[in-house]
Design a protein around this ligand. Structure first.
Ligand SMILES: *Cc1c(COP(=O)(O)O)cnc(C)c1O
Length: 373
């Protein structure tokens, strides 16, 4: 066994049977349609919308370009209120649109942007709010919608961690003006790379589709300085196969999460997140939060200890986006301004969770966390 195969990483992509994929490749080789809204693209777009319970969806090459394009679609400018507790692409998408990010602190329980902190951050330049459903746990969508309505702000959700998540049977993707998804190899649902933008009316879907394809509205008509963020046929073919298996992937993830919860519950200094009432989850990550004093070991020491045992957890999200060189000069990014995000970022470690994680590794991980003398 090579070094690499002995190691357990925080995630591993679940793949459909290879022969199913080969059949799709044969079709692509036969029809010579590789991209530009081919047959797989059309079929995947339809089946995905049906699966997710959304009206309109546009497929993209990845989640980052989907975020960049979503901001363009709504012509967002000036300042946007967002969270520092996310993957860097959330804020990078603002930078690529020449928009100033304004960071606000997170809620203690969900790690999501705290709606109570939004109003104080609004200025005459604010045009939108960009919250993230962190770890797939829905934001306080009702309160955020109300703030958006009162202040005339658009709401764009970074929904890259959510797949099939519902609140009281309502898809979380149906909240906000737009929601953006990622199908990167590390996500619950993957098409190698990939992404999507969810919207609620046909005119917006049309505009997004123009922007994804250089702004082309016809053979000789370009309506905007669009970008090339199209999903290709291989990604779409993969997506169609993944849709057949996604329910079993999520169920396997759910079982792993519940085992972790059962065995790690009640350890002093170790905080876990639990399912939210009325929410159907997708279990993309399993974060635990280490209180060094009560646990008796720091988060980083636990991270190293796991690593020595070939278990590679990830500190999502450490550092905060606001602590990276590009953003740390912003007023909203100054140390002490977001105490909860700073604390959470210093305590978090995400444990391995993926459909094919074997029981031995799971038990080994739990044992290392429980008895670490
Ligand atoms: C993965 C991710 C992205 C970026 O998506 P890509 O498909 O990798 O470009 C953006 N935001 C969040 C929260 C993510 O987890």
């Amino acid at each position: 066994m090579s070094e690499d195969t002995k190691r357990t990483y925080v995630t591993q992509p679940a793949l459909p049977p290879l022969d199913e994929f080969v059949e799709s490749l044969k079709i692509i080789w036969g029809n010579r349609i590789l991209t530009n809204k081919g047959p797989f693209h059309k079929q995947f777009e339809q089946e995905l919308a049906d699966y997710l319970g959304v009206k309109y969806i546009s497929l993209t090459a990845n989640g980052t370009l989907a975020l960049v394009t979503a901001l363009q679609a709504l012509r967002i400018t000036g300042e946007v209120i967002t969270t520092p507790y996310s993957f860097v692409a959330s804020t990078h998408s603002l930078w690529w649109n020449n928009i100033k990010p304004v960071f606000v602190d997170i809620e203690p329980d969900t790690c999501n942007l705290d709606p109570e902190k939004i109003e104080a951050a609004i200025t005459p330049q604010t045009t939108a709010i960009l919250p993230v459903h962190v770890y797939g746990n829905p934001c306080n969508v009702h309160q955020i919608r109300e703030i958006g309505e009162i202040y005339g702000l658009k709401v764009i959700y970074d929904a890259c961690h959510t797949f099939g998540v519902t609140i009281n049977n309502e898809p979380v993707l149906n909240f906000g003006d737009l929601s953006v998804m990622s199908f990167h190899a590390t996500k619950t649902f993957t098409t190698f790379e990939g992404g999507a933008i969810v919207c609620h009316d046909e005119a917006m879907k049309k505009r997004i589709d123009f922007l994804i394809n250089f702004g082309f509205a016809g053979e000789t008509t370009v309506v905007a300085p669009g970008i090339n963020s199209k999903m290709n046929e291989i990604q779409a073919a993969m997506g169609l196969l993944q849709l057949k298996h996604i329910d079993s992937y999520i169920e396997k993830r759910r079982r792993i999460a519940s085992l972790y919860r059962e065995r790690l519950n009640g350890i002093p200094g170790l905080r876990l997140l639990y399912d939210m009432p009325g929410v159907k989850h997708c279990y993309p990550y399993f974060p635990v939060f280490v209180d060094e004093e009560k646990y008796g070991m720091s988060r980083d020491a636990l991270y190293e200890k796991l690593k020595q045992n070939n278990i590679y957890g990830r500190r999502y999200f450490y550092p905060l986006i606001s602590q990276f060189p590009t953003y740390r000069g912003l007023e909203s990014a100054q140390p002490g301004k977001m105490p909860r995000a700073e604390k959470t970022s210093g305590q978090v470690i995400c444990l391995p969770v993926y459909p094919e994680l074997n029981e031995d590794t799971l038990v080994k991980t739990i044992t290392i966390i429980k008895d670490f003398e």
